[in-house]
Design a protein. Structure first.
Length: 246
């Protein structure tokens, strides 16, 4: 009798919803120090991007079934950029997080232990107002005496991104990469269906980006985004990581 095929179990399952994505063109030299070993910067039509992303984490479970009391639903804001690598002829396009903000300390601790991601815990707020023809989205947070916010307003109905579009490039990176303390790189897979998106009629970030992300990102994030949109999101599976060969 043939042996049954083993199905990989996710480390984490959740719904990611109402993703506000502000995308900034950035010089490769700014991102170079953050590129994990074994990967290279990914580009769209010759341009490299960093994105500020705010979204809702819902129905979060470890191993697909274990809920952490009072920590299943929360918001996250992250600053990320895009990399790629090849393995046995397969092109893997992925995301690297410069910093991730959540409202509860336990969430940050688990993420740091599992992947050595740069998670921080700060008080957060959210206000989302939907209508039949769009919506308004605002995610806010505070760091000591400073306030921050990501806001977007949409109109019309969402649609799947066009093939080879900037929206498809930003949303369809299905791997994560994280540098480790021993200078190695952990790779993990993120599975989800393609997201429908609204182009943002208006979008902005407010706050002192230098305090959060360093002086190299202060002027970048104070400028108008190269593009901005809101994705409706979907259920997501995050799988266990593995170290890349040195």
């Amino acid at each position: 009798m043939p042996r049954p095929v083993k199905t990989e179990r996710p480390f984490l399952t959740a719904d990611w919803r109402d993703l506000v994505m502000l995308n900034y063109q950035v010089e490769p030299a700014v991102l170079g120090p953050y590129v994990p070993k074994g990967t290279e910067l990914d580009a769209f039509e010759g341009l490299t991007f960093a994105s500020l992303v705010a979204f809702r984490f819902l129905r979060t479970r470890l191993s697909g079934r274990i809920a952490i009391p009072f920590h299943s639903n929360f918001d996250e804001v992250n600053l990320r950029f895009y990399v790629r690598r090849e393995e046995r002829g397969e092109l893997r396009r992925g995301v690297v997080f410069i910093a991730e903000i959540v409202p509860r300390r336990a969430i940050a601790v688990i993420a740091r232990l599992a992947y050595n991601e740069n998670y921080f815990s700060y008080p957060m707020t959210r206000r989302i107002s939907r209508t039949a023809d769009g919506g308004e989205f605002r995610y806010g947070w505070s760091v000591r005496q400073s306030s921050y916010a990501i806001e977007a307003r949409t109109a019309g109905q969402p649609a799947l991104p066009l093939d080879s579009s900037a929206e498809q490039f930003i949303t369809e990176h299905y791997w994560g990469y994280a540098s480790q303390r021993d200078a190695s790189t952990v790779e993990y897979r993120v599975g989800h269906e393609p997201w429908r998106v609204w182009n943002a009629a208006s979008a902005s970030f407010s706050g002192d980006a230098g305090v959060l992300y360093g002086s190299q990102f202060k002027s970048l994030l104070c400028a108008k985004p190269h593009s901005a949109f809101v994705a409706d999101g979907s259920p997501v599976n995050v799988f266990r990581g593995r170290k890349l060969p040195r």
